[in-house]
Design a protein around this ligand. Structure first.
Ligand SMILES: Cc1cc2nc3c(=O)[nH]c(=O)nc-3n(C[C@H](O)[C@H](O)[C@H](O)COP(=O)(O)OP(=O)(O)OC[C@H]3O[C@@H](n4cnc5c(N)ncnc54)[C@H](O)[C@@H]3O)c2cc1C
Length: 398
């Protein structure tokens, strides 16, 4: 087998995971990341089902298990902070077996550390042009550097620039809400606990993964599509004005946040994931939206399958075809889940909220509580396991 040179755009989660799998299959990867360094920030992310098996095959499961958030409870509160209901976090989030929850930052770091010795990372640069030739792709970077690669992978997220270069402007499917996540100086006395406060069209949450870990807050609001703001802070202040609980303090904290995560709940649906020698991976190909809780798992599974198919097939065309055939039904199922869960994430009118609060308040007296929650979260388990992972022979961790 020739030693392929692969350029990956994006050092989020899909990019470094692919770089690791390619290295195990004897291919060389270069990762170019637009940000000047690995990006911190973001929420806790779930890794479920098939993605757990991928972590095991890549030798990363123990590191992920050691960094598990070990969240204990999720409490829903009223405007005065009094509890409506407290529920077991793992049960409510639909975790089964070895499923894990980890800070996005920790997973980024684990993937980076596993690859840094074998993969070239170029920070603070990005692809400017792609010129496909018979024997490879001539790439010009924004810095002016030019290089040739056998293949190019766009793992540059929801707003992928690689996707735009090869497929043009593809409209995203807006799911009717926006989400922002950031650190707050507030000490809410939370220890492996998460608190949710909901009002019609708005949801606020805060959590801490340990008494010493600080507090992270999230704001979610229902809205039709907005023009992408330069600075989302004024929008957040306006949308969450007048809300109770600790929301005024969270809004005050916005000014001091260096890497504010703000994005729409949007999905990517494409008729195809590759064009010539360029292929898309992770959110760039099939973002299921944060409401699905499955973006990270899809990114990990896609990386494993794409690398395995590139190693197994004769040419990249056959590999890209197999990758898409294997991944598409799994991705589409998770996108359907993301659409359904977006509707449940932000409560609509007062009646919907009152009904939900009533259900939660009475759940604690129900002897079938566990079975009821397991039934509600069953579609998540089914979507997370909706792929048969091929076994690809690869080198052990080196
Ligand atoms: C800072 C951050 C915080 C996040 N927080 C959450 C969260 O709290 N909850 C949630 O559900 N999802 C979150 N996400 C999205 C989640 O990580 C992804 O859905 C999922 O992990 C899929 O990973 P990905 O690698 O495909 O995309 P991403 O994790 O989005 O990674 C894409 C990477 O590509 C880089 N990039 C973008 N454009 C270019 C370019 N032109 N050239 C080179 N590099 C580029 C980005 O800087 C980023 O590092 C977050 C993403 C980021 C970047």
């Amino acid at each position: 087998m020739t030693r392929r040179e692969v350029l990956i755009s994006g050092a989020g989660l899909a990019g470094p995971a692919l770089a690791l799998a390619l290295h195990r299959h004897g291919m060389r990867a270069t990762v170019v990341e637009r940000a000047p360094a690995l990006r911190d920030g973001g929420y806790k992310v779930d890794i479920r089902g098939a993605a757990i098996e991928v972590l095991k095959r890549l030798g990363l499961f123990e590191a992920v298990r050691a960094a598990d958030t070990a969240m204990r409870t999720v409490t829903y509160v009223r405007a005065d902070g009094s509890p409506i209901a407290a529920l077991d976090a793992s049960l409510l989030m639909g975790r089964r077996g070895d499923d894990r929850e980890i800070m996005r930052t920790d997973l980024t770091r684990i993937l980076y550390d596993a690859t840094a010795g074998d993969v070239d990372y170029v920070f603070g640069d990005s692809i400017a042009t792609l010129d496909e030739r018979a024997d490879g792709v001539a790439v010009t970077f924004a810095s002016g550097v030019t290089r040739r690669f056998d293949l190019v992978v766009g793992a540059d997220g929801l707003h992928s620039a690689t996707r735009r270069l090869v497929l043009g402007d593809v409209p995203l499917r807006h799911l009717g809400a926006y989400i922002s996540i950031f650190d707050v100086p507030e000490d809410l006395g939370l220890d492996h606990e998460e608190v949710f406060f909901c009002a019609p069209g708005r949801m606020v949450f805060a959590y801490s993964t340990g008494a010493a870990a600080g507090t992270r807050a999230g704001l979610v609001f229902a809205s039709p599509q907005l023009p992408r703001p330069q600075d989302p802070r004024p929008i957040l202040r306006e949308r969450f004005a007048g809300m109770g609980w600790r929301v005024p303090a969270f809004l005050d904290a916005l000014d001091g946040v260096p890497d504010l995560y703000f994005d729409s709940l949007s999905q990517v649906e494409l008729p195809r994931w590759s064009a010539g020698r360029v292929v898309l991976l992770g959110d760039a190909a099939h973002c299921p939206a944060p409401s699905s809780g499955q973006g990270t798992s899809l990114a990990l599974v896609g990386a494993y399958v794409l690398a395995g198919e590139l190693a197994a097939a004769d040419g990249h065309e056959a590999a890209f075809r197999r990758y898409e055939t294997l991944m598409r039904p799994y991705a589409e199922r998770n996108l359907r889940l993301g659409r359904k869960m977006a509707g449940d994430m932000v409560p609509g009118g007062g009646w919907q909220l009152a009904f939900r609060n009533y259900g939660m308040r009475t759940l604690k007296y129900n002897p079938w509580k566990r079975q009821i929650i397991e039934q509600v979260t069953k579609p998540l388990y089914e979507a997370a396991t909706a792929i048969d992972l091929p076994a690809y022979p690869m080198a052990a961790a080196v």
